[in-house]
Design a protein around this ligand. Structure first.
Ligand code: PGA
Length: 221
């Protein structure tokens, strides 16, 4: 049985109080049992990181914490940036890097993305590298890549499972170990992606914001 990654990218949504309510519903309605075949990764907005980190302490190893971005530099005079060292003690195991919103809205370059991946790897944080096609550069050492076509992100128009599988297959031919799909994944369509041979999971945006929908998504994956 393959291990399925289900990563929840909360983007800049939710106040700290909203996140508390989200975790309360999740706690109450979802049994935090060991999920043999699934790893659920939560990537909240930075101000909620400590809170979510603390709440996850009572969860099993089937749940992990991620940041949504990372500084391309070590600690130092880099105003506004969060380095891997700044994250010490938060139990952050993953970092989403190169999300298309950061590439387009924040002008992130391949060079920057590569530096961020190297910073993460130096501190044993696993990059979840987002790419928009099968040809996007993959920095050395990156093992998990999420294929996220821009036309599918936040639009309600998910890619076809066939296309997602083809891109995942090509990424694996390039040495990627774990390939995820992201873009308008919901509890209704998640299985059409997770059941594909070359896909190992999903990166979810909008569908994680409602904890009931996210629970359904985990169950249906
Ligand atoms: P979406 O976002 O699920 O809302 O399309 C996915 C993502 O941006 O990672």
């Amino acid at each position: 049985m393959k291990k399925l990654y289900i990563a929840a990218n909360f983007k800049s949504h939710k106040t700290r109080t909203d996140m508390e309510q989200w975790m309360d519903v999740f706690d109450a309605e979802y049994e935090k049992k060991e999920l043999d075949d699934k790893l659920v990764i939560l990537a909240p907005a930075m101000p909620s990181l400590m809170f979510v980190s603390n709440r996850l302490l009572s969860y099993t190893d089937s749940f992990a914490l991620s940041v949504q971005d990372l500084s391309p530099y070590p600690s130092g005079a880099y105003t506004g940036a969060v380095s891997t060292e700044n994250l010490e003690g938060f139990n952050v195991d993953y970092a989403i890097i190169g999300h298309s919103e950061r590439r387009t809205l924040f002008g992130e370059t391949e060079e920057n993305i590569s530096k961020k991946c190297q910073e993460a790897l130096l501190d044993a944080i696993t990059p979840l590298l987002c790419v928009q096609n099968a040809e996007t550069p993959i920095p050395q050492g990156v093992t998990i890549v999420a294929y996220e076509p821009v036309t599918a992100i936040g639009t309600g128009h998910a890619d076809t499972p066939e296309d997602a599988n083809n891109v995942a297959k090509k990424l694996k031919e390039r040495g990627v170990h774990t390939a995820l799909y992201g873009g308008s994944v919901t509890s209704e369509n998640v299985h059409t992606f997770t059941s594909l041979e070359s896909l190992d999971g999903v990166l979810v945006g909008g569908a994680c914001l409602d904890p009931h929908e996210f629970i359904r998504l985990i169950q249906n994956a």
